[in-house]
Design a protein around this ligand. Structure first.
Ligand code: HEM
Length: 511
């Protein structure tokens, strides 16, 4: 007899129920009828906010398309900046546009700082993720320790600033994904991984898929029944569970090694700071297992975002050669040929910062931060959002709001940069924004100083991308050509690492 697996959660524990096909069909019919009744009741009882017609069972899931953030912005033109959709059995409010989103995240910052209890969130960082946990005392303690450990290894004093800069400059000579992860590993574990390290490469390749499940509009959290039979959503979800487990085990292993050799008088890296802050302080408010969760969160958040922004920057530089030439001319004038760009050059290279911010605005590669369920009824732009309704924040729409930007769909680096929203805002804004901007600046400056980037004429570059927590360019090739002599970097002395001309000279980089 063919048997079908049904996976559920009971008291936080996973349980497997095996159903025969007739029982499965009966369950579906029952669920369908239940949903249809709820749907009719909803229509009669609470006509809610404006929004499109929602079908029973699936709601508006079929309308989201490949790029939900663009669909959300289109729906806003019809229904206004605050409207309601239905995904599976969940009512969802979508906020769009600069004014509505800032009103929610800044003026009502506490109400919009929560996170829903989505099942997929339970798999991140061993179930103790700060990023995917609800607002409360524990999240505050977790955020405090994460922020202070990041600061201790980046902006705390001139020595840490310099060491941080050196990691970035050196890594900039190798490219994108592995380098971004290595910067976080250098801070967290005091070591980097060779680009040939198979374990590291495999984990990063898998992490690339992390955002597919936790991006706003991901169906598995609003239609948990999709887990009960083979379908593409279930496969993505299974991969998500596996990659989280593998990545968490990788980090846990390193944390265990740190614990064994921990010496309170010597701080080797961020993991030591986090162990000290959580395990060796009286009032951290967090248990021991939050150490590995914090390190996992920081590496995960710091790797995926930076590697994605660098992929877009390289793609746009190759796509717009005039912009690239203008930036190189400026860098050559300020830095010259005999040294690499440094963080001190930033004040003279404001046009480069403008290009980076404009890339972030134009692509808005974090289109919707995690959903938030306000714990009490809230009013945004005069419209009532019922308590606990899941709210999607369409960050992309802020950066393409025609009331705010003259030509939102054109890439135009302005020297005065303000109002780009890529790190979210309010209580849950990114804690890595400053180090992210330093990383993006140094990476781009060093790469442009050393190399020129070109597209392959037979493969024109497009802005097509895949949707998730981050928008990633579809696979494409950009060639990097060495511009002059390759300069030495501090990391060249590192024993596990060898740079040579092929790193940069006329190599095709797969983005
Ligand atoms: C260009 C790079 C980056 C972008 C665009 C970015 C964007 C964001 C956004 C939009 C959020 C809010 C997420 C949400 O509400 O669910 C966030 C949160 C967060 N970011 Fe970043 N980030 C970047 C780099 C980094 C780096 C380098 C780190 C760490 C080293 C980091 C650590 C975090 C953490 C821990 C949170 C969770 C904060 C909380 O929930 O309280 N991010 N980031």
């Amino acid at each position: 007899m063919i048997q079908w697996g049904l996976q559920g959660y009971h008291n936080g524990r996973s349980m497997k129920v095996i159903l025969s096909p007739p029982a499965l069909v009966a369950s579906f019919v029952f669920l369908f009828c239940l949903e249809a009744c709820l749907w009719v009741r909803n229509l009669r009882l609470k006509r809610r906010l404006p929004g499109p017609f929602a079908w029973p069972v699936v709601g508006n899931a079929m309308q989201l398309g490949q790029m939900p953030h663009i669909t959300f912005a289109k729906l806003a033109k019809k229904y206004g900046n605050v409207y309601q959709i239905r995904l599976g059995c969940s009512d969802i409010v979508v906020l769009n546009g600069d004014r509505a989103i800032r009103e929610a995240l800044i003026q009502h910052s506490t109400e919009f700082a929560g996170r829903p209890n989505f099942i997929s969130f339970h798999f991140v960082s061993g179930g103790k993720s700060m990023t995917f946990t609800n607002y409360g005392k524990q999240w505050k303690a977790h955020r405090k320790i994460s922020q202070s450990s990041l600061r201790a290894f980046s902006s705390a004093n001139s020595q840490t600033k310099k060491a941080f800069e050196q990691h970035i400059t050196a890594e900039a000579m190798e490219l994108v994904q592995i380098s971004a992860a290595n910067i976080m590993c250098a801070l967290c574990f005091g070591r980097r991984y060779g680009h040939e390290d198979q374990e590291f490469r495999t984990i990063l390749k898998k992490l690339d898929k992390f955002g597919e499940t936790v991006g706003a509009g991901s169906l598995v959290d609003v239609m948990p029944w999709l887990q009960s039979f083979p379908n593409p959503v279930r496969s993505v979800y299974e991969n998500f569970k596996n990659l989280n487990e593998e990545f968490f085990t990788f980090v846990k292993d390193k944390v265990v090694q740190h614990r064994e050799s921990f010496n309170p008088d010597v701080t080797r890296d961020m993991t030591d700071v986090i162990i000290k802050g959580i395990e060796h302080s009286q009032d951290s408010g967090l248990t021991k297992d939050f150490v590995e969760a914090t390190v996992t969160d920081l590496i995960g958040a710091g790797q995926d975002t930076i590697s994605t922004v660098m992929q877009w920057i390289l793609l746009l530089l190759a796509k717009y050669p005039d912009m690239q030439a203008k930036l190189q001319e400026l860098i050559d004038k300020v830095v010259g040929q005999d040294r690499l760009p440094s963080i001190e050059d930033r004040s003279s290279l404001t046009h480069l910062d403008a290009f980076i911010y404009e890339t972030m605005r134009f692509i808005s590669f974090v289109p919707s931060p995690s959903p938030t369920p306000p714990p009490q009824t809230s009013t945004i732009e005069g419209l009532h959002i019922p308590k606990d309704t899941v709210v999607f924040i369409n960050q992309w729409s802020v950066n393409h709001d025609p009331l705010k930007w003259k030509d939102p769909h054109v890439l135009t680096p302005h020297d005065i940069i303000s109002g780009v929203m890529i790190f979210s805002t309010g209580k849950r804004r990114c804690i890595g924004n400053q180090i992210a901007m330093v990383e993006a600046f140094l990476f781009t400056a060093v790469l442009l100083h050393q190399c020129s980037f070109e597209s392959n004429p037979s493969e024109p570059l497009t802005l097509d991308c895949s949707y998730g927590l981050t928008l990633k360019p579809l696979r494409c090739r950009v060639s990097a050509k060495l511009r002059g002599k390759l300069l030495a970097t501090p990391i060249q002395t590192h024993k596990s690492h060898q740079y040579n001309k092929t790193t940069c000279a006329a190599n095709f980089i797969h983005l």
